[in-house]
Design a binder for this molecule. Structure first.
Ligand code: HEM
Length: 225
């Protein structure tokens, strides 16, 4: 029995370690890209840089820095043993994650408003919806924690986590698709059929799956708060 528990524990730890690799790699990429964009002129390197566009650059590159931060911090908030041992740290980190999520979403939305995304209105719409959902999830997670409504807090915190990971999932979808099809239906302007599905496919199906899981695992109505 102990052996089985030990194996399950080892499998869980190996699984989490495997997941941590792409998360940390993408967070490091995003952090470096963001810091370079905030400090250097990247005109010749990326279309995301606006020459003499202080607000647009601040919006897009600060969203990369803070996005990287939440991608690393948000999963830590889920670890029950950490929450139980260091409740004060959970509260402090929670405030950091919520604030950084709000600023990340506002940065992404600000960039869309100022410059627009590479592929235009459809991509703008998909990414803007993503930003609004991040905003709503962060605010709701915070509100319900403040009110002591922990079941609701947990549900919104999970939604926020799935959304934050969406940013990595977006790139993983592309990596897998290029590996399997050599980029069928994807263009450099990100306006091919595959790209268009991607405008929402990196977060909506995962949010839906989470909703189904939350519904199936919900306690009896009188127990939920
Ligand atoms: C959750 C954490 C996030 C991280 C780590 C992140 C990171 C990045 C990075 C690294 C890029 C540069 C493109 C690339 O190199 O692939 C980017 C682009 C972009 N991000 Fe985010 N992002 C996050 C969340 C958001 C949110 C919430 C929005 C909300 C609207 C957003 C909107 C955008 C937009 C519009 C672009 C430019 C797309 C284009 O025109 O190519 N991001 N993001």
């Amino acid at each position: 029995m102990h052996w089985i528990t030990g194996c399950a524990g080892a499998a869980a730890i190996s699984g989490l370690t495997l997941l941590a690799v792409p998360v940390l790699a993408f967070a490091a990429y995003s952090l470096l890209f963001g810091l370079r964009g905030l400090g250097l002129d990247l005109t010749d390197e990326t279309y995301l840089y606006t020459p003499d566009g202080t607000s647009a650059n601040l919006a897009v590159f600060s969203h990369m820095v803070l996005g990287a931060l939440i991608m690393v911090l948000a999963p830590l908030q889920l670890i029950a043993s950490l929450r139980a041992r260091f409740p004060a740290a959970h509260r402090v980190l929670g405030r950091v994650v919520v604030t950084a999520s709000i600023v990340t979403a506002l940065g992404g939305l600000g960039y869309i408003a100022l410059r627009g995304s590479l592929a235009g209105p459809l991509m703008d719409a998909g990414f803007a919806l993503y930003g609004v959902l991040v905003l709503v999830a962060a605010i709701q997670a915070w509100r319900h924690a403040r009110a002591g409504a922990y079941a609701r807090h947990r549900a919104w915190a999970l939604r926020l986590l799935v959304l934050v990971m969406g940013s990595l999932i977006y790139r993983l979808h592309y990596a897998l698709w290029y590996l399997l099809t050599d980029g069928l239906g994807s263009t450099a302007q990100l306006d091919g059929p595959f790209d268009q599905v991607q405008y929402v496919a990196f977060y909506l199906p995962y949010l839906l799956a989470l909703e189904l899981w939350l519904r199936r695992s919900a306690p009896a109505p009188h127990a939920a708060r």
